[in-house]
Ligand binder design. Structure first.
Ligand code: E4P
Length: 217
């Protein structure tokens, strides 16, 4: 399972990279705005900074919603760095664009996916990644993890190469449940990754080992 961090915060990206388990980064316009990164030029420069920190895939989202606009923006983004994955929304023009990018060797992440039908369409169009938003489904009393399981079943039925990128991960149990179900990737906050570290018996055990070592020395 790949671990992506879902942020545009460079310090958190560095911290996750330093842990040695990071496979990539996802961003979106809201995450950029949260870091105060606005305007096309600043956003482009920020993507380059992220690519300099990590070795894996970096999702960069298009703003256009028409086919020509998505293609123009996506081709510009893809040229920035070979780690860039063009993030395209699950809309009709987006599906057409994903097919175009797939035919032209540009990797994509189909975002804002909330149903198995949308995920099937993204895979048919040749998306590299599909991003079902599990946290936002949970927010409206719908089982986000069940969507991951359904997409896994459908993709396995037909051997689709599209990777299931569990997005809108909010906490560590989401990460663990996604791993059990067979999501290929999860993207979440740094806290969802660091939460995997924690167990009180580890802390108690280490404290005892260190205390016993001191007694003997
Ligand atoms: C990732 O690609 C998505 O943009 C992100 O995971 C959305 O997460 P949120 O629902 O916590 O905003």
């Amino acid at each position: 399972m790949k671990f992506f961090i879902d942020t545009a915060n460079l310090d958190q990206i560095k911290e996750a990279q330093d842990l040695g388990v990071l496979d990539g980064v996802t961003t979106n316009p809201s995450l950029m705005a949260k870091e105060g990164i606005t305007g096309k030029e600043n956003i482009i420069e920020h993507y380059k900074k992220i690519c300099d920190i990590v070795t894996g895939d970096v999702s960069a989202e298009v703003i256009s919603t028409d086919f020509e606009g998505i293609i123009k923006e996506g081709e510009e983004l893809a040229k920035l760095h070979d780690q860039i994955i063009v993030k395209v929304p699950m809309i009709k023009e987006g599906v057409k664009a994903i097919k175009y990018f797939s035919d032209n060797g540009i990797k994509t992440n189909c975002t804002l996916v909330f149903s198995v039908g949308q995920a099937l369409l993204a895979a048919k169009a040749g998306a590299t990644y599909v991003s079902p938003f599990i946290g936002r489904l949970d927010d409206i009393s719908t089982d986000g993890l069940n969507l991951i399981a359904e997409i896994r079943l459908v993709y396995d039925n037909y051997g689709f190469d599209t990777q299931i990128l569990a997005a809108s991960v909010r906490h560590t149990m989401h990460v663990i449940d996604c791993a059990k179900i067979g999501a290929d990737v999860m993207t979440g906050p740094l806290s969802s990754i660091e939460g995997l570290l924690k167990h009180p018996l580890t802390d108690i055990g280490l404290a005892k080992f260190l205390a016993d070592y001191k007694k003997g020395n």
